[in-house]
Design a protein around this ligand. Structure first.
Ligand code: C2E
Ligand code: CA
Ligand code: CA
Ligand code: CA
Length: 275
């Protein structure tokens, strides 16, 4: 415990130290995980609601630590961002995902998550074009998923980066739409191709009137701005029917499939080829 101003003792310090130590240890392990080859990619099917068949996969990073076991991305990605490891890790993800996707049937697209810190890295454009060149994956098959946190940075630069990326022929999706700093003016000034409706709205759209209205509005807004829409986190037939009835273009979620290892991709494509 340490003395704080006017003789007040703070007894929660040791607990803070413990969590800080855990965090430091996680940081060290994370730095080593790359060289030790502890990362892998899982893939979750994207489903085209108009064609009624699978149309691609989203790559999702997995970390299997020898002692900690499986560490969820929501836990380690924020740390990787803070310690600056995300740029290198993100490059690995892009290279690996493109290499794997080029072996799929050509109508299957690949969605890759790009974090705000990666987006700010001036090397991003080159990293993406090398991943495409090295793998020979057509840029038309690549979709980058970014979140609204990229808007926190300089918007002139952000818009320029988006245009340069799109000039390579790939598409940009706005992930977790509705949860962040959403302002309708962003949608007008940023060249997105796709809006990804956050799973919290998808979950509530069949239950609460508010979420239902938001989903309806997002889909119609997307349509009038020439953007496609995808519903994430679809878990029930009711949610699927609702999204389809509202005119959403694509869906993704446990109802179709959880994220799977690369060895199960061929089977998923067969399984979700029709209806
Ligand atoms: P996200 O991009 O929003 O990815 C969707 C998350 O929802 C994934 O969690 C996925 O497994 C989960 N999910 C899919 N279907 C359902 C469903 O029907 N219900 C529910 N409740 N969840 C579903 P995951 O794989 O744990 O990833 C969490 C987050 O970590 C991702 O959210 C993304 O922000 C980040 N992430 C994952 N891989 C990468 C990566 O390669 N790079 C970066 N920068 N971020 C990544
Ligand atoms: Ca995503
Ligand atoms: Ca999402
Ligand atoms: Ca998310």
């Amino acid at each position: 415990a340490k003395m704080e101003g006017r003789g007040t003792w703070r007894f929660f310090e040791p607990a803070m130290d413990a969590s800080l130590q855990r965090r430091r240890a996680l940081e060290l392990d994370l730095r080593e995980a790359m060289v030790k080859d502890e990362f892998s990619l899982f893939y979750q099917p994207l489903y085209d609601l108009n064609l009624d068949r699978i149309c691609g996969f989203e790559a999702l990073l997995r970390w299997q630590h020898p002692k900690r076991g499986f560490v969820p991305p929501d836990q380690f990605i924020p740390i990787a961002e803070e310690i600056g490891l995300i740029v290198q890790l993100g490059e690995w993800v892009l290279n690996r995902a493109c290499e794997q996707a080029v072996t799929w049937p050509s109508e299957m697209k690949l969605a890759v998550n790009v974090s705000a810190a990666q987006f700010r890295d001036p090397g991003l454009i080159d990293i993406i074009s090398s991943a495409l060149t090295a793998s020979r994956l057509s840029p038309r098959r690549l979709e980058l998923e970014i979140t609204e946190s990229v808007f926190l940075a300089n918007s002139t630069e952000t818009i320029a980066t988006l245009h340069r990326l799109k000039a390579q022929g790939l598409r940009i999706a706005l992930d977790d739409f509705g949860t962040g700093y959403s302002s309708l003016s962003y949608l007008r000034s940023f060249p997105f191709d796709k809006l990804k409706i956050d799973k919290s709205f998808v979950r509530d759209a069949t239950a609460t009137h508010g979420a239902k209205s938001i989903v309806k509005a997002v889909i119609s807004l997307g349509r009038s701005l020439g953007m496609t829409t995808i519903a994430e986190g679809v878990e029930t037939v009711e949610q699927l029917d609702h999204m389809r009835a509202e005119g959403c273009n694509e869906a993704q979620g446990f109802l179709f499939s959880p994220p799977v290892p690369v060895t199960e991709i061929a089977a998923k494509i067969l399984e979700l080829r029709n209806g």
